[in-house]
Design a protein around this ligand. Structure first.
Ligand SMILES: *Cc1c(COP(=O)(O)O)cnc(C)c1O
Length: 329
């Protein structure tokens, strides 16, 4: 097996078989440093920074941010310095996420919520302290066009394993930049990377990309996908849709059903999920199958990673655990 390709895992389940669903999981969580989709979003941003002669990259995130964690590792590996502008304060000490980032060489600067809100304002960015002014700035989440371009290559990993033999791709959506990349990559015209080959898909218009929003009422995500697709120099032919009903109450909000699902899924299939992104996407997918909206189809569910964030969710998850048995999945 080519070790720069994400493994693909078939879910063995009579419950799925009964509904005619063949489910594979693309394990981006098992790639290299575990940065999942964030590695793809950063790949071309890091390359751009180097190419333009920057010695440092700078970005924004919360204290548990997968993006900040991934950026610190990616910058280190590329021989660049990195700066993380973090929402919150350092008074309680560094958590696991930020300690990892700092160990990888990232310089952390804590800002108030009010200041953090200005992270995309041009005038704010211009007046960042001089010490940061030589950094290449990457938006929060790595969600810019270069990030989308990197995510197109995720589809190449699916092709590597399955060719064009699948119908639906599912994934969680935060900013939906990853989703835009997947939609753009499905026709196979531009998902080639150093790991994967182009694989043109004449039937891309019969495929569907299904995103699960992890935010409440974030209907602007649909516009953002449209915006990214329009800005890319590719014509995407796949159908796509975002499910807005499986956010579980809002970003990083959890409940007992979700936590029990995550526990059960890991114990049955040996696939760890976290409750902020991947847990909600898989939970949503299983709900749609349960309710009969999805049947007789071949699905590739993208495990987008983010497992480093589990460390910060342990106590919360434990509070919601109970011993009631739930349906086999
Ligand atoms: C950031 C993240 C997402 C969301 O990606 P977007 O491109 O912002 O939609 C999904 N899953 C995980 C694990 C993430 O860290």
């Amino acid at each position: 097996m080519n070790d720069c390709i994400a493994p693909l895992q078939l879910i063995e389940s009579p419950w799925l078989a009964k509904r005619g669903v063949k489910l594979h999981v693309l394990r981006l969580d098992q790639l290299d440093n575990g940065s999942g989709n964030k590695w793809f979003k950063l790949k071309y941003n890091i390359a751009e920074a180097k190419q333009r002669g920057y010695q440092s990259v700078l970005s924004f995130g919360g204290a548990f941010s997968n993006h900040i964690h991934a950026l610190a590792l990616a910058a280190r590996d590329a021989g660049l310095d990195s700066v993380g502008i973090i929402r919150g304060d350092a008074s309680t000490g560094l958590n696991d996420t930020l300690r990892d980032a700092e160990r990888a060489g990232m310089q952390l600067k804590f800002v108030s919520r009010d200041e953090y809100r200005r992270r995309n304002d041009a005038d704010y960015l211009q007046q960042l302290p001089l010490e940061f002014s030589n950094s290449y700035i990457i938006p929060e989440g790595g969600s810019n066009l270069l990030g989308v371009k990197g995510c197109m290559e995720i589809v190449g990993h699916i092709y590597y394993h399955l060719g064009n033999s699948y119908d639906v791709v599912t994934l969680p959506c935060g900013t939906a930049a990853t989703m835009a990349g997947i939609v753009a990559g499905v026709d196979g015209k531009s998902n080639e990377s150093e790991c994967t080959k182009n694989n043109k898909d004449e039937d891309a218009d019969k495929k569907t990309v299904l995103g699960f929003s992890v935010l409440k009422n974030a209907f602007s995500l649909d516009d953002l996908v449209e915006h990214f697709l329009a800005s890319l120099d590719v014509t995407a032919s796949a159908n796509w849709t975002i499910n807005h009903d499986c956010h579980g109450g809002g970003y990083a909000k959890v409940n007992a059903d979700l936590i029990n699902f995550i526990d059960e899924f890991e114990s049955q299939h040996n696939i760890p999920l976290e409750p902020v992104y991947s847990g909600k996407a898989f939970y949503g997918l299983y709900e749609m199958i349960k309710q009969g909206f999805i049947k007789k189809t071949r699905i590739v569910a993208i495990h987008t990673g983010g497992l480093q964030g589990l460390r910060g969710m342990k106590d919360t998850m434990h509070k919601y655990r109970n011993n009631t048995s739930i349906d086999p999945i």
